[in-house]
Design a protein around this ligand. Structure first.
Ligand SMILES: [Fe+2]
Ligand SMILES: [Fe+2]
Length: 215
């Protein structure tokens, strides 16, 4: 399949996933949250994601032969650490320990599954393309919402400047490298897996952050 058509095909379920969240914003977006306690819980969970993302990008460097992808991953690892710094400072300033957080089972499963992807294209597709596209969509939802307080929006305004590129750069890499049937098939599967796992993480975060479930 030619690379442009292929890209549109794999992006379709990701965009559908995003649009399905419009009517019912998840806790992850901060939009439905009512108390600062809930907001801090979500921020702690998202801080964990930033750190785990940095770990993953770093872990993959050695097994990424494509020099342009490797360079982007190294840069991304640094950016995710900067994001982690912003979020942990914000949480600490509010008097809470940013790391007093146990990752949700679905969150651990999601990252462990991503870590198990062994090939450049599936990593880019599952982690960067699918994951960051949804994450950025929800950050925009957060920044637009009048229900989200300014102290939350502040760090995310900085984060979104970096993350904007994380959507388009992976598209370019996939066009360049996902050029065989075998790779394209792996990419489809990685995106599908990420969507399943992301959906469950968002649902778990809803239950836990909004107090209906202890963890
Ligand atoms: Fe980030
Ligand atoms: Fe990112």
């Amino acid at each position: 399949m030619d690379s442009e058509r292929f890209l549109q095909e794999i992006l379709a379920p990701v965009h559908e996933f995003c649009q399905a969240l419009d009517g019912r914003p998840p806790a992850y977006s901060y939009v439905p949250l009512k108390t600062d306690g809930e907001r801090i819980r979500v921020m702690q969970s998202r801080l964990f994601n930033e750190l785990r993302a940095a770990d993953l990008f770093g872990t993959w460097l050695r097994t990424t032969p494509e020099l342009d992808v490797k360079a982007t991953m190294a840069e991304s690892a640094h950016e995710e650490m900067v994001h982690a710094g912003l979020l942990s400072k914000r949480i600490r300033d509010l008097g809470t320990d940013p790391f007093d957080y146990k990752p949700l089972p679905a969150q651990i499963a999601m990252f462990n599954a991503m870590e198990g992807l062994n090939e450049t294209c599936e990593r880019i597709a599952g982690f960067s393309l699918a994951g960051e596209t949804v994450a950025n969509y929800l950050i925009q939802m957060c920044l637009r919402s009048p229900d989200v307080p300014e102290w939350i929006k502040q760090p995310y305004r900085k984060i979104t400047e970096d993350e904007e590129g994380h959507g388009s750069v992976p598209q370019g890499f996939l066009k360049r490298y996902a050029t065989t049937d075998e790779r394209q098939d792996k990419v489809r599967r990685a995106v599908a897996m990420r969507m399943v796992l992301f959906r469950e993480y968002l649902a778990s975060l809803d239950r836990w952050a909004m107090g209906q479930e202890r963890w």
